[in-house]
Write a protein of this length. Structure first.
Length: 106
């Protein structure tokens, strides 16, 4: 499990921290509308421009998630993807009656 958090400063810049290490930054573009996103991964620096801040921030989150998934074994990656992409139907639960007996699922 990784702890990801955003640190925002007064200049409008947002830094994505994983643990204590910065992985990316979203900032306003100088003299142009929109936002600049920089994602720093071990494979190199990726820069992109976006019209909306939310899209730039999502680019950073997606990039970190993709990088982490690539570090997992194929079996672990399959389990994680199945858990997040194919949710199991709700399991019926048993209800305890006031007498302490177990009633049939409702």
């Amino acid at each position: 499990m990784l702890r990801a958090r955003w640190r925002h400063d007064t200049s409008g810049s947002s830094v994505l921290l994983i643990g204590a290490r910065p992985f990316g930054e979203v900032s306003t573009r100088r003299s142009k509308p929109g936002f600049h996103a920089s994602l720093l991964l071990p494979t190199g620096l990726q820069n992109r421009s976006f019209a909306q801040r939310e899209a730039a921030m999502q680019f950073l989150l997606d990039g970190v998630e993709d990088h982490v998934l690539l570090q997992l074994t194929p079996a672990a990656r399959t389990v994680l993807l199945r858990l997040s992409d194919d949710p199991a139907p709700a399991m019926p639960h048993q209800v305890r009656e006031p007498t302490g007996t177990v009633a049939a699922p409702r």
